[in-house]
Design a protein around this ligand. Sequence first.
Ligand code: SF4
Ligand code: SF4
Length: 299
Amino acid sequence: MLTGLNFQAPCIEMSNLNNLWLQITGLTCNLKCRHCYLSCNPANKTKNFLNLEKIRKAMDRVNKNELEEIYLTGGEPLLHRDINNIIRFCIKYTNVNIITNATLINDKKARFLRQIEIDSDYEIIFRISLDHYKEHKNDEIRGKGSYKKILNGIKSLVNNGFNPIISAVDLWNEDEAEFRNGFFNLLSEFNFEPSEINLKTIPVLKTGEYEKNFSGYEENDFVTAENIKNCTLENFDCSNTRVIAEDGVYVCPALVNDPRGKIGETLSDSPNKFFLELNTCFSCQHANKKLFNNEWKVS
Ligand code: SF4
Ligand code: SF4
């Protein structure tokens, strides 16, 4: 990773905190993907898990009228032993998105979570990481056997009435329509009619394992006032998002493993302004779309 900062970087100001991310399992994951921009893996214990007590305290500082979505993330959030209580607590406020690799979801788990959703006024939305509709391509990145486990997880969710979103990292630069159709055909095999919202493709973030196994950012991969002119600032996740991790507040999910992304200890002492001076911000500018948050507008 380049360590220099871009001192001409434009600054972005968070308008409202619409999207609250909770990094509940730090950087611990049951998989060890070769492109993981946070370098999560089973042995990564560099960040502690976030407990329900801390989540309650953080929620006390959130303006509930502005809140649209809560996202549970890690690492793998389903590794949290208190996950059911965390979901029950969060869904009292708004929709709960679970950012998961789905390998820990079986029929029993899906049925149980579906009941929580039925008993609530809001939805549980699963966003499942699957990088390719072909088994060998997914498994070369996410590990041998992961494809089958992920598909079993998706099947359990669909069988229990969920409408999961597939999140695929755009690693192969394939024809967009073909890539999309490949996923849609796969999802159709589960007795499920996918629509546009069921596939979210995201660009690579060249940090962590991606940098080690593929390549990092180039020297000039920075956001500048000039090249940001063609972007819609609302598309930058940091314009309406914050992440609560065990060790403080981070500006966005891309930077939870970077001390420069930490902006405060609590939401009350975190500034709304952030300078887009990190290389990762260049990926947001280049994509000019929401990398992390749902792309539909909650009414
Ligand atoms: S990319 Fe996701 S599933 Fe893979 S190691 Fe990282 S957090 Fe885990
Ligand atoms: S990485 Fe993207 S979302 Fe995060 S601060 Fe930079 S521009 Fe904003």
